[in-house]
Design a binder for this molecule. Structure first.
Ligand SMILES: Nc1ncnc2c1ncn2[C@@H]1O[C@H](COP(=O)(O)OP(=O)(O)OP(=O)(O)O)[C@@H](O)[C@H]1O
Ligand SMILES: [Mg+2]
Length: 328
């Protein structure tokens, strides 16, 4: 494990339906990253059921931490400090990770850093082997958020735009549901879209003022198109519908990103969050930086990464920390 002076961070993430733990060195090297997805558990309900998520986190958090330590070939004793997602997310789910982290830190007298989940997504770009350095313009597109951020330094972001209704990932998930695909829908649309013609249908990109986004009209347009086609034809044209719907989301995201680049003068572009795994978006923004695929959707390596840029809270001052569901 190297010299004992090397700072090693144990990150824990339980904000939604992934129970995750990771061991990250202070220089940004990921020693392990374990993600246990509950997606299959929630699939039959077509989305995440908060109470089921919390209970499953409770069962998984200790084994997942243990596995992260094992895979990093280290022990809890060698961990310098802990980092945990405090919010935003499902409060019950967050509380499981936060309580587990508090308990582990308290019992061992180690410091703890509460991390904002969205800062975590941005910090996925700061991990090795080729970390991105600020300043850059960042599109955060996930299941719950669509944000344009100006990142001038580590751990600080200025919000330039947000969605007025659905998040981009939500648009993928709702579209997938309309198309009769499984949950989570983004990767299903991505997969099916590769077999389809993206120009087969023209779905609208909402025009909203400033640098904001809107995706609810797009979902309605898909619904009307499906009704117009009828069940049999919809099934036959499913790949074309998926490709065209995806293309509309990609057009909306890339157009705003380029507008923001022009306005801010920030030349380097980056995309984070679950939607950054999308192959069409990656192809459309070939010059932008994307995190590796396994760090796009929720994981704990990004949480430990974000904790590298803030002073940790010393024992026992973190015991009063509470989780938060949404950004203030
Ligand atoms: N290949 C893909 N193409 C498009 N969307 C994708 C792809 N892979 C995952 N997604 C979408 O990413 C979202 C999940 O991302 P992530 O785990 O970052 O979100 P979240 O944690 O639920 O939300 P937030 O980070 O806002 O709290 C889902 O909406 C999913 O459909
Ligand atoms: Mg997320």
């Amino acid at each position: 494990m190297g010299s004992p002076t090397v700072v090693v961070i144990l990150g824990i993430e339980t904000s939604c339906d992934e129970t995750a733990a990771a061991i990250v060195r202070h220089d940004g090297e990921v020693l392990s990253s374990v993600v246990s997805s509950q997606a299959a558990l929630h699939a039959r309900y077509g989305g995440v059921v908060p109470e089921i998520a919390s209970r499953r986190h409770l069962e998984l958090v200790t084994p997942v931490v243990r596995q992260a330590l094992e895979e990093a070939q280290t022990t809890f004793g060698e961990i310098s400090r802990l980092a945990v997602t405090q919010g935003p997310g499902l409060v019950g789910a967050l509380l499981v990770g936060l309580s587990a982290a508090k308990g582990m830190a308290w019992a061992s007298r180690k410091p703890l850093t509460p991390v904002d989940h969205l800062e975590g997504h941005v910090a996925s770009l700061y991990l090795g082997p080729e970390p991105l350095e600020p300043p850059f313009l960042c599109l955060l597109a996930s299941g719950g958020h669509t944000l344009l951020l100006s990142i001038r330094e580590h751990g600080r972001s200025e919000r330039l735009g947000t969605t007025l209704d659905d998040a981009a990932g939500e648009a993928f998930d709702k579209g997938a549901r309309l198309l009769g695909l499984g949950y989570p829908g983004g990767s299903e649309i991505d997969r099916l879209g590769r077999e389809g013609d993206r120009d087969a249908f023209l779905f609208p990109v909402a025009r909203v003022p400033g640098l904001d986004f809107s995706f609810s009209g797009l979902k309605t347009a898909l619904l009307y198109k499906i009704r117009e086609l009828g069940e049999g034809e919809m099934e036959r044209r499913r790949p074309d519908l998926a490709a065209s719907y995806q293309h509309a989301i990609v057009r909306a995201l890339t157009a705003r990103l380029h507008e923001a680049a022009e306005r801010t003068g920030l030349e380097r572009l980056a995309v984070v969050g679950g939607v950054s795994a999308n192959s069409a978006l990656r192809a459309a923004l070939s010059s932008a930086r994307f995190a590796p695929l396994h760090l796009c959707t929720d994981n704990a390596a990004m949480i430990a990464s974000a904790a590298r840029y803030v002073e940790p809270l010393p024992y026992p001052s973190y015991l009063g920390l509470d989780a938060y569901a949404s950004v203030a």
